[in-house]
Ligand binder design. Structure first.
Ligand code: ZN
Length: 196
């Protein structure tokens, strides 16, 4: 299993709309494993493929390490779409791609999702609370959107310094980051997808 470097704020790949996953092969299965591994090592609860440098509509979520959420099984979402949403909730969010920056984000509290599983079977689920929040955060990633895009101008300007540090690579994390000095170079997706 591999631990993949996390692409941070400033990389173009985080701003792209991802492409639909239409084929499941060994490479994709090992990517999913590597994404779970990368997320767990970074103590994350969700990871979307743009965060590891790939523009695929794929995200993994595991909130079972959070107190009170132990009964929620980890999930892989391929090509997910929110079909309906209800209510409103505000809670603090962070993002492995935006280290040390946190802010309160208001989102629907309940969402209905349509997605495909690893056999490309269509599935429908209803999520509430933290699970719904994480799913919305990750689906945003698949559309090139970040949690900071939900904030007011005032809040965003409060976070400006932290964001500019990330863009300059002046941020320390206990997980591996992609080299920001190479942000204008083409991402070696073959290497990310190789199983070794
Ligand atoms: Zn994120």
């Amino acid at each position: 299993m591999k631990t993949l470097p996390i692409y941070t704020y400033g990389f173009e790949v985080l701003r792209k709309k991802t492409k639909k996953v239409i084929r499941i092969d060994d490479k994709l299965i090992s990517l999913v494993r590597n994404m779970f591994n990368t997320m767990h090592r970074a103590n994350g609860i969700g990871l979307a493929s743009p965060q590891v440098g790939l523009d695929m509509a794929l995200t993994v979520i595991d909130i079972s390490n959070i107190e009170g959420e132990e009964n929620n099984d980890p999930i892989v979402l391929l090509n997910p779409k929110i079909t309906d949403s209800y209510g409103e909730a505000t809670a603090e969010e962070g993002c492995l791609s935006i280290p040390h920056v946190r802010a309160a984000v208001t989102r629907p509290n309940e969402v209905y999702l349509e997605f495909q599983d690893l056999d490309l079977n269509k599935k429908y689920i209803e999520l509430t609370g933290l699970f719904a929040r994480v799913a919305q955060h990750e689906i945003d990633h698949l559309n090139g959107k970040l949690f900071i895009d939900h904030l007011t101008k005032e809040t965003k300007s409060r976070l400006k310094e932290g964001l500019s540090h990330i863009k300059k690579g002046l941020v320390m994390t206990d997980y591996i980051l992609a080299d920001i000095s190479k942000k204008d170079k083409k991402i070696d997706t073959k290497r990310i997808l190789s199983s070794d």
